[in-house]
Design a protein around this ligand. Structure first.
Ligand SMILES: NC(=O)c1ccc[n+]([C@@H]2O[C@H](COP(=O)([O-])OP(=O)(O)OC[C@H]3O[C@@H](n4cnc5c(N)ncnc54)[C@H](O)[C@@H]3O)[C@@H](O)[C@H]2O)c1
Length: 351
């Protein structure tokens, strides 16, 4: 667990143990940074976890150098994050530059010292940049970003809440990059127990008469609106989000959560731990994740050779094929535009 002592890292460690995903006979390695505050905090976290879960804690050890990382599954959650505060202004380019150094350091050391079969789950942002750097050094099928899975679980939850069903009954995926440019695929939404006409009518009801062509404008207006409300009354801001369509809530509710001063640690950890559970179990499941593609799919007639979120089959050796049916025209347009943005970002890093 790289970045174990961060807000997200701690929550992932706790859930891994509490949900018995890491058995008592396995080892959980907490990786901090030599010379940083996490070097000492990692020892404290180890003591705290053993204190909390002494009956079923795995073996827990601490590493403070990338070359000491030894694991079958590596979670990358290290790096700087935008401040969780209302109206915080962030230089995203500078943030990416700081984190790119962390990703590169681990990519180089893991390529040199690793066993060659580790699967890397990327939590850190920018997810596409981290996946690009790690996949280049380690092989693209071993690296998957969990942002698209988190966005997918959020999308399903928001649809479930609008329709009054439990989340387990909702299928469907979010693809594209993690963040405001994500692409909610309404065409993939399924509801267990409904006939096709019932489902179509339920989806129409939840979505409203809207197109993804207007989604950017909706997000911008929504953020301005709740940003203003949140600056005077956070309760009212969350209440306002409640009435919006599910895809808009998928983007804005986590944004507001971060603005509120809380982070999205529990939801992020839950999505990550689900992926790890699958890997340990030896099962293969279809999840959405950010991966480095090499022409497996085409979007708007162009083969995709980029890093983006897509549904993939994930198993113990990493991800295999991409499972994406034909998209609706507005989904295709939004996906293409997001890929162009990601390509421009990756080009700055020669990826
Ligand atoms: N993918 C997602 O859905 C998602 C959701 C939430 C957060 N995130 C991302 O996860 C990352 C962590 O977020 P956080 O809130 O826990 O941040 P945080 O600041 O609380 O923790 C970051 C941790 O990384 C450690 N670190 C920094 N450089 C390191 C290095 N070289 N080696 C080892 N550890 C190092 C720091 O010591 C710190 O403990 C951020 O990039 C954030 O944007 C992703």
């Amino acid at each position: 667990m790289i970045g174990a002592t961060g807000d997200i890292g701690r929550q992932i460690c706790a859930q891994l143990i509490e949900r018995r995903v890491v058995p008592t006979t396995s080892r959980l390695q907490l990786v901090g940074r030599r010379g940083g505050s996490s070097q000492t905090a990692a020892h404290g976290l180890r003591a705290d976890l053993r204190d909390a879960y002494s009956e079923h804690a795995p073996l827990i050890d601490v590493a403070v150098a990338p070359e000491d990382v030894v694991a079958d599954v590596i979670i990358m959650a290290a790096g700087a994050t935008p401040p969780a505060a209302p109206g915080a202004v962030v230089d995203r380019r500078e943030l990416a530059a700081v984190n790119a150094r962390v990703f590169t350091q681990y990519a180089e050391r893991l390529a040199e010292h690793g066993a060659g079969h580790e699967v890397i789950i990327v939590v850190s942002n920018p997810v596409e940049l981290a996946v690009g750097i790690l996949a280049k050094a380690l092989g693209r099928h071993r690296v998957i970003g969990m942002g698209a899975w988190l966005d997918t679980l959020r999308f399903r939850r928001e649809i479930a809440s609008t329709l009054g069903f439990p989340r387990q009954r909702i299928g469907g995926f979010v693809v594209g990059p993690h963040g405001d440019d994500l692409v909610p695929l309404w065409s993939t939404v399924r509801v267990t127990g409904l006939t096709v006409p019932e489902r179509k009518s339920a989806v129409r009801r939840a979505r409203g008469d809207r197109s993804l062509d207007d989604f950017d404008g909706e997000i911008a207006a929504a953020k301005t609106r709740i940003g203003e409300v949140a600056s005077v009354d956070m309760t009212a801001a969350f209440a306002e989000v409640y009435d919006w369509p599910p895809d808009l809530r998928t983007v804005t509710r986590p944004w507001l959560t971060h603005q509120s001063g809380a982070k999205t640690a529990s939801g992020t950890a839950n999505a990550t731990v689900e992926l790890i559970d699958t890997l340990f179990d030896g099962r293969e499941i279809v999840v959405a994740g950010q991966v480095r593609l090499d022409g497996e799919i085409s979007v708007a007639g162009q083969p995709v050779r980029s890093v983006t979120g897509v549904p993939v089959v994930l198993g113990p050796e990493g991800w295999k094929q991409v499972l994406l049916d034909d998209l609706a025209p507005d989904e295709e347009r939004r996906f293409r535009a997001s890929l162009d943005k990601t390509d421009a970002m990756l080009a700055q890093w020669e990826l």
